[in-house]
Design a binder for this molecule. Sequence first.
Ligand code: GAP
Length: 436
Amino acid sequence: MSKVNLEDIVSLCKRRGFIFQGSEVYGGLAGTWDYGPLGVALKRNIMSLWWKMFVEDADNMFGVDAAILMNAKVWKASGHVDTFTDPLVECSNCHARHRADKIDTSKCPTCGKSGTFGEPRQFNMMLKTYVGPVEDESAVTYLRPETAQGIFTNFKNVVDTLYPDVPFGIAQQGKAFRNEISPRDFVFRSREFEQMEVEYFVHPDHWEEAFEDWRKCVHEWFKAIGLPESMVHELEVEAKDRAHYSKRTIDFEFDFPHGRDELLGMAYRTDFDLQNIQRVSGKNMEYRPKDGSAPYVPHVIEPSFGVERAIMAVLTAAYSEDEVNGEKRVFLKLPAHLAPVKVAVLPLVKNKPELVAKAQEIYKTLKSCPLYSGAVMWVDTGNIGKNYRKMDEIGVPYCVTIDFQTLEDDTVTVRNRDTTKQERVSIDTLKKALSI
Ligand code: GAP
């Protein structure tokens, strides 16, 4: 269990502009969240790092960006219409609805009455919608509950246009929607969220090697986003708990503030999806090896990463408290490459034009430096001590302060977030002092 309280993270996210309740001004919409200026930057940094690691830096990986709305046949063929369900129970006293597998059904967690739940019924989690102006059965489709199907349906397109050799992977990032019975634990279980998924196509005889390779890649990812090894755990999922398509699943769990829970999943999906597409669409999904050997339908290893859970894990690992000059300090020890703001520039006073001009010059130089990708913040309201605390709370690795001495000797103060140590450096060597 993490030592961080969920309330502390939720409150920091709201106070500092990371994540807000969706539609908050109208009383909210359960299970939806809006990202503020810092949240969107953190989210993009995480997603870009993933894309770089798993697509751009790899030799055999291809990206796609498929439509969220797909032909309803996709969800019939994939088994989601029939089996993508959670067990739902309703309290006969207060009418609260809960997921039967997540609570002790002898007592209602909402009203506290015992024996108020009947038998669970299976509730399909896909969000239904109609395409076009007529709301009849032929117009029904669903907001995708996983990005994976947009990959499977493009398998042939990628093979026929780029001629990859098996093994190869197709990756996609994007929104997914699930009508969760009880969204909970901040963004952990949302109704609208984002996934980063890979379908890695292999010869059926080689799935075990690929599974082990991906297992290592997943741990490299955890390292890259700054998660301590001690907070990550693997759970071999028993057959009865696996998704309908999986012959083997490992859940990678993390010590979240609410307890140990699933951060991401990795499944051996066999040829389940390509065979279903072949059967229902009538199109051949076989792969023809270039060496002339027998064609086959590839099998699939699927590491499936949730963006919101990655954000929660990163914030949990980064959330820190210490004491500075007898006062409690909260700071986010984010890895610099994920920090939404890399450097803050603070003029000591606002009413001395030469000092502000000097600070602006430094701000513009840093802002245009590719190393910081524009993630440089100008901070000129409030007193310097309070500003340092605000920058600590949003995880800014360095603050650069321009003061009266700067005007005399072209030096500035560089303050380090983690140590709070301040160092006087010459403007000429500033970029070196700010190496991230
Ligand atoms: N394509 C496989 C698939 O979707 P999953 O285990 O259902 O597998 C994969 O979901 C990941 O998506 C989860 O490990 C989690 O990170 C994320 N995820 C699933 N449901 C979520 C929800 N309601 N809110 C936030 N993230 C969710």
